[in-house]
Write a protein that binds this ligand. Structure first.
Ligand code: DP6
Length: 361
C-alpha cells in the first residue's frame, strides 16, 4: 500500500532555510457523493466531482528554520488577515498528524495566511478549497527543500493524499475539470488514498455552469464529520455504497457520451439520496430547508416547460447547485434571477463553472 511516511525529509541544523509559497485552490461539487468513511479518511464508495473556478481559497505559507530546535509545530494562523485561534488549532492538529509524512515541519516556524473568495458565512463548505490549498503549499515546501516532487503526477498525487487527510472532498480539488476519488472500475490508477483527474468527458461538460444558490448561511445542525459517522449505523449503508458504485459507472458513460438527460437523472437522484440518508440516520436530521424544496420544484417545472437541460444537486446543506451547459446561460439567468433568487438568503447566488484547478501564485 502506498503511503508517504518518509523519515529522510529532515533538514540539517545548519541549513539556511527561509521561504514562502502560495496556492489558489478551488472548491468542487460532487455529482456522486462521498458519504460514509472508514479507517483514516477512506471513503466507503467512490465519488466524482466537477472542479469549480470562482469559489476558491488562497493560502500563503511563510517558513523559516526555528531559532531554537524543539519538538512540536510552531504556527501562527491568520484567516483573512487576522490571527484566528480557532482555525489555527485545527490546522495545528492537522500538521501534527502529518509529521510522519513531512518530518521537517517541526523544524520550522510557520506563518499561514488564508482567505476565501466567498464570504466565510456563505454556507459554502470551504474545507475542500482550504485543505487542498494547504496541502499544495506543503508539497511545494517539500519540493523546495528536498527536490523530491518535480514530477507533476507524483506532486499532484501526494497533494491529493495529504489533502484527503484534512478533508475527504479536498482530495478532489487538486485537478482540472473533474476528479474521481475512491477505487473505481474503469478508472486507471483510481484509489481510496488519493483522487485522480478525470478529463475523458464530452466537451459540453468542460465548461458546465454551476450557479450556487445560497438558501441559508446559517451554521449546519449536523457537521459533515458527524454525518459521515452516522452512516456507520444507517440501515441503508450497505446497499447505498453499492448503489454509488453502480451509479458512478453509469455516470462515467454518460459524461463521455454527453447525454444530458441521463446525466441529470443520475445527478438529481444522487443529491436526493444523500439527503434521504440523513433523514434515515439515527438520530435522523434534515439539512434541506423549505426554500431548497421550492427551488427544486421550480427547476423541475421550468425544465418540463422549456425542455432546457438544467439540473440541481446539493451538498450536505440547504444550498442548491444549479447545473447546466454554458450555451443556455442567457435562458437560465433570467429564470434564476426572477424565479429562484426569491428563495435565496438576501437574494444571493455565486455564479460558478467548471474550472482549471489549482494555481501556484
Ligand atoms: C456531501 O469532505 O466535508 O459534500 O472528510 O469529514 O472533511 P470530511 O467530509 P467532507 O464531506 C463531503 C460530503 C459531501 C459529498 C462530497 O463532497 O463528495
Amino acid at each position: 500500500m502506498l503511503d508517504y511516511i518518509n523519515s529522510d525529509l529532515i533538514l540539517s541544523d545548519s541549513a539556511d532555510v527561509e521561504g514562502e509559497v502560495a496556492w489558489r485552490s478551488p472548491s468542487n461539487i460532487a455529482l456522486i457523493k462521498y458519504w460514509g468513511k472508514y479507517g483514516v479518511q477512506l471513503p466507503c464508495n467512490p465519488s466524482i466531482s466537477f472542479t469549480l473556478e470562482n469559489a476558491f481559497t488562497e493560502t500563503l505559507v511563510q517558513y523559516e528554520l526555528k531559532s531554537k530546535p524543539d519538538k512540536g509545530i510552531a504556527l501562527d494562523f491568520f484567516f483573512e488577515g487576522e490571527l484566528n485561534e480557532a482555525f489555527g488549532s485545527r490546522v495545528q492538529k492537522y500538521l501534527e498528524q502529518l509529521l510522519p509524512i513531512f518530518p521537517f515541519l517541526d523544524q520550522l516556524s510557520l506563518k499561514i495566511n488564508s482567505a476565501n473568495s466567498f464570504p466565510h458565512s456563505a454556507g459554502i463548505a470551504s474545507s475542500a478549497s482550504s485543505m487542498s490549498a494547504l496541502a499544495l503549499c506543503l508539497c511545494t515546501i517539500e519540493d523546495n527543500l528536498f527536490d523530491t516532487l518535480s514530477d507533476d503526477t507524483a506532486f499532484s498525487q501526494k497533494a491529493s493524499y495529504v489533502a484527503r487527510l484534512g478533508s475527504g472532498s479536498a482530495s478532489r480539488s487538486i485537478y482540472s475539470t473533474m476528479a474521481v476519488w475512491g477505487e473505481c472500475e474503469g478508472i486507471a490508477n483510481s484509489s481510496d488514498l488519493f483522487a485522480v483527474e478525470h478529463s475523458d468527458v464530452h466537451s459540453v461538460f468542460k465548461n458546465f455552469q454551476d450557479d450556487i444558490l445560497i438558501v441559508s448561511t446559517g451554521e449546519k445542525a449536523v457537521s459533515s464529520r458527524a454525518g459521515h459517522a452516522l452512516m456507520n449505523d444507517n440501515p441503508y449503508a450497505t446497499p447505498r455504497f453499492q448503489q454509488a458504485k453502480n451509479r458512478i459507472a453509469a455516470l462515467l458513460q454518460t459524461l463521455q457520451a454527453g447525454d444530458l438527460e441521463e446525466f441529470g437523472q443520475i445527478v438529481e437522484n444522487e443529491a436526493l439520496t444523500l439527503h434521504a440518508l440523513m433523514m434515515s440516520s439515527q438520530p435522523s436530521y434534515l439539512l434541506m430547508q423549505p426554500n431548497s424544496l421550492q427551488i427544486i420544484e421550480r427547476v423541475r417545472a421550468f425544465r418540463a416547460a422549456t425542455k432546457h437541460p438544467v439540473y440541481f444537486t446539493l451538498d450536505a446543506g440547504p444550498n442548491v447547485h444549479l447545473l447546466y451547459p454554458e450555451d443556455i446561460i442567457h435562458e437560465i439567468r433570467p429564470f434564476v434571477e426572477e424565479e429562484l433568487l426569491p428563495f435565496c438568503e438576501n437574494s444571493t447566488y455565486i455564479p460558478d463553472f467548471v474550472g482549471e484547478g489549482p494555481e501556484e501564485l
